[in-house]
Write a protein that binds this ligand. Structure first.
Ligand SMILES: Nc1nc2c(c(=O)[nH]1)N[C@H]1C(S)=C(S)[C@@H](COP(=O)(O)OP(=O)(O)OC[C@H]3O[C@@H](n4cnc5c(=O)[nH]c(N)nc54)[C@H](O)[C@@H]3O)O[C@H]1N2
Ligand SMILES: Nc1nc2c(c(=O)[nH]1)N[C@H]1C(S)=C(S)[C@@H](COP(=O)(O)OP(=O)(O)OC[C@H]3O[C@@H](n4cnc5c(=O)[nH]c(N)nc54)[C@H](O)[C@@H]3O)O[C@H]1N2
Ligand SMILES: [Mo]
Length: 753
């Protein structure tokens, strides 16, 4: 990989309210008791009394907020959204405002610890040296037994997207060729779909949604998952736009819409095709775009005429035909009009096909490459860093996997040295099955970082079996979660306030510095300091066995991630400019694809994609039915408002907002099952069960149940007991593994008795 030209998309596809809140009470809970509730509330705010640091929320979130952190006497007192960013605009979400509590939580993992008997809860404190000794011994033992390090697996995903944290992948490369869990449980089917159609995933600047005159939010819930984007939807509406939300669940976003369509899950492809057919029937197609900037349009139109009617679509997706017609006509009548394609929508066995059908509908209306328009999904234009921490060389003589190399995740982590060997790639979306099946060598040791498999991976019972096979599990984390419970050694990692890094978003176009604001708490180390500590232990025992630098300076390593491309793209001359606040990319247009030069093989928008056909799918964005039901109720397990996956809800502050999970069931379905509001119920299917209380709600359909994914520190609640690892259609081309059909799950429900 040429790091100078590294560019994910082309190269490899991929504020005072709080002061009041904290000063008024919460600050009293902070260490040192520097502010009492009474004197803080009375004292006028004096910014000069604080040292201000720049931080960024590194979670896997659209908003990736720029944070201003106020420190006094070495203690983070409060945080606010950076006012310099027009996107964050001085505000954080409730999770962001809870950061000081997370940082100072008494529940944090404080020291390296070893569990005598996995799952026993019999934890004992270790020194860093002893922990690293044990880990290094095990790694060397594997090498000796297997002749390679393929018995060592890494599972890492989105706990912290700070760029220097790709040093975890770098650490693995610096040991040799290992086993990597590749792909993403998040958005891969849609990534491939947009690559087939457009040649890359590249969305408009979300701030330009204010220009849109018609907005369809299709299977996304920004009121919860991208709350800063909501202001653009509201402003667009103030300027006259109409907003349609399409979701099987009447979400908070839907509650804000002009039109809400309760679509049957997994049928959005049929709906989009029905809308496309209606464009044809009413001569509403932008023929200039369809014929001159696209290929395959006539063939697609013929497919629509032969196979699709609005009534057919209506029958499948459950939206009345006349409603489909009227929204289609309204969407086509104004320009710009845009669709926000959500990640939730593509987590189906036909997710990629559905995204292609929606892309096609937007393309037919000529809204691709248009400011305020677009089929918006995500972007990785802003991610052109050096990946200095990630790119590490294997030690001389490393033996690895001699199979074919291919894309290995959203980022290629193989490093610069290219020998006949490579890492062994296993599918992250089938972690349990892959561990159970791996042979020659078996996966014997697992390093878990920025990942909580027991909360976020699929088929939890099978994951228990898979972990039982492992000889050693090392987990690097901040809290004693369920994955830590299934580990032998746990290593405490820093939070964003305790380390240097840099952050960008996969949605907006802002760049944020993350400065170390305080000294690390307890004995926490950053992910790259952990790698350096491991390298010291490895080299002491076996000189040359690990190439990772044995000392790292976090700030220097952050600086090493910058290059001229990044500086030019963001219009800065040094990373130090970011100390004045986040900066936005200097975009020549807020529209992606504004030159209509697509990165597909034909250079045009491809209604017909031969590449897609070569990869085993339909060349045209045809209708593909969704997974068939295997139990009476469809289960959706989408993202929760007060947490981000398994993060935040474990904090006592957040428990006040969200003390327990519920399964949401339609009142008529509940009545038929003899279930009353707030009754305890059992939700089960062939792979497992969950017991919790039910809430009756007409926000869900009669044949659908909703449980939001979350980790509670005191409750044995886990949606993954009933979510299997069935694959989505697309994703393998650009991310190394297909997505996962998270929302194609079927369960039954009964009173818990
Ligand atoms: N049923 C169901 N399952 C899902 C989904 C769903 O909708 N429903 N969504 C899927 C999606 S979209 C995603 S993106 C994945 C997310 O899956 P994960 O990436 O596993 O999710 P998180 O819970 O955000 O983070 C994992 C862990 O990283 C830790 N962490 C935080 N900061 C750091 C750090 O600096 N260093 C280290 N080492 N660890 C850190 C956190 O404490 C947490 O335990 O889950 C997927 N799973
Ligand atoms: N508060 C909060 N914010 C987050 C996250 C979080 O966990 N909590 N996670 C972050 C991450 S990693 C991601 S990936 C994004 C996710 O962001 P979103 O995609 O907005 O969120 P999801 O909850 O995954 O799914 C959105 C909606 O898809 C709907 N859906 C499911 N199946 C279908 C279908 O077949 N058709 C249609 N039309 N809709 C369907 C669900 O009902 C849900 O309301 O949010 C990010 N931001
Ligand atoms: Mo995600």
């Amino acid at each position: 990989m040429n790091t100078n030209t590294f560019r994910c998309p082309a190269a490899m596809e991929r504020r005072g309210f709080l002061k009041g809140l904290l000063a008024a009470g919460a600050a009293a809970a902070l260490p040192g008791g520097l502010l009492t509730a009474r004197n803080a509330a009375a004292a006028p705010f004096d910014p000069d009394a604080y040292q201000v640091f720049r931080n960024a929320c590194p979670r896997n979130c659209y908003d990736t907020c720029s944070i201003k952190t106020y420190v006094r006497d070495g203690v983070v007192q409060f945080v606010e959204g950076a006012p310099e960013s027009t996107y964050t605009k001085g505000a954080l979400c409730v999770k962001g405002y809870s950061y000081p509590r997370r940082l100072y939580s008494p529940d944090r993992i404080k020291y390296p610890m070893i569990q005598e008997g996995r799952g026993s809860g019999n934890w004992r404190r270790l020194s860093w040296d002893e922990a690293m000794d044990r880990i290094a011994d095990k790694i060397l033992d594997l090498k000796q037994r297997d002749g390679s390090l393929l018995g060592l697996g890494l599972t890492k995903y989105s706990g912290n997207f700070g760029i220097t944290n790709y040093g975890v992948e770098g650490m693995m490369s610096s040991l040799g060729y290992t086993t990597r869990f590749v792909g993403t449980p998040c958005w891969p089917a849609g990534i491939d779909a947009q690559n087939y159609d457009l040649g890359d995933m590249w969305c408009n600047d979300p701030e330009d949604m204010v220009k849109a005159r018609y907005i369809i939010v299709w299977g996304a819930n920004p009121a919860w998952c991208s709350m800063h984007s909501m202001k653009y939807l509201y402003e667009a509406r103030e300027r006259g736009a109409k907003i349609v939300v399409i979701d099987p669940v009447f979400t908070q976003t839907a509650a804000k819409a002009d039109v809400y369509w309760r679509v049957k899950p997994g049928t959005d492809g049929a709906l989009a095709l029905g809308m496309a057919r209606h464009l044809l029937d009413k001569n509403l197609v932008d023929l200039d775009f369809a014929l001159n900037s696209a290929t395959g349009y006539l063939e697609f139109a013929a497919y629509l005429r032969q196979n699709v009617t609005v009534e057919w679509a209506s029958e499948i997706c459950g939206i009345p035909a006349d409603d489909i017609r009227s929204v289609t006509e309204e969407f086509a009548a104004v320009k710009p009009a845009t669709v926000w394609i959500g990640y939730g929508m593509q987590r189906h066995t036909n997710g990629g096909a559905m995204v292609r059908a929606i892309d096609a509908f937007v393309a037919m209306t000529g809204n691709i490459g248009v400011e305020g328009g677009g089929a918006r999904y995500g972007q990785m234009q802003t991610w052109g860093f050096n990946y200095h921490a990630m790119v590490q060389k294997q030690p001389e003589g490393s033996v690895g996997f001699s199979g074919a190399t291919g894309p290995k995740g959203e980022f290629d982590f193989a490093g610069e040295s290219n020998t006949a060997y490579s890492d062994r790639a296993l599918n992250i979306n089938k972690t349990a099955q892959e561990i159970l099946d791996a042979k020659d060598p078996e996966v014997k040791m697992l390093w878990v970082s920025c990942k909580n498999p027991f909360a976020q991976d699929f088929d939890r019972n099978k994951l228990e079996q898979a972990f039982a096979k492992l000889e050693m599990v090392v987990t690097v984390d901040q809290f004693f979660n369920e994955t830590v419970r299934h580990s032998d050694i746990v290593l405490p990692v820093t939070t964003l306030f305790e380390e240097w890094t840099v952050n960008v978003s996969y949605w907006h176009y802002w760049l944020s510095l993350n400065e170390q604001a305080i000294r690390p708490m307890h004995e926490a180390k950053s992910n790259i300091e952990i790698a350096a500590a491991l390298s010291r232990a490895m080299n002491q025992k076996s000189p040359g066995s690990c190439t990772f630098p044995q000392e790292v300076d976090g700030k220097e390593w952050m600086i090493q991630e910058f290059n001229k491309g990044i500086y030019d793209y963001f219009g800065i001359s040094s990373w130090e400019d970011l100390r004045n606040g986040p900066v936005k990319a200097k975009l020549s247009s807020s529209a992606s694809w504004n030159e209509r030069k697509f990165l597909t093989p034909s250079g045009k928008y491809e209604f017909r994609s031969d590449l897609c056909a070569q990869n085993g799918f339909k060349a045209l964005p045809e209708y593909v039915p969704v997974r068939e039901a295997t139990a009476p109720f469809r289960l959706l397990t989408p993202h929760v408002q007060f947490g981000l996956h398994s993060q935040f809800i474990n904090l006592d502050w957040m428990e006040n907002f969200y003390p327990e999970p519920f399964v949401y069931i339609h009142p008529e379905a509940a009545k038929a099952k003899g279930i009353g509001d707030l009754d305890r119920v059992r939700v089960s299917n062939s792979i497992g069960e969950v017991t919790l209380r039910a809430k009756l709600s007409t926000n869900v359909a009669r044949d659908c149940l909703v449980m939001y994914e979350a980790w509670f520190r005191k409750l044995a609640f886990n949606v993954q007991n009933v979510v299997d690892d069935c694959a989505a259609d697309m994703g393998a081309m650009k991310t190394g593994a297909p997505g996962v059909a998270i929302h194609d799950q079927f369960v039954d429900i009964a009173p818990a008795g």
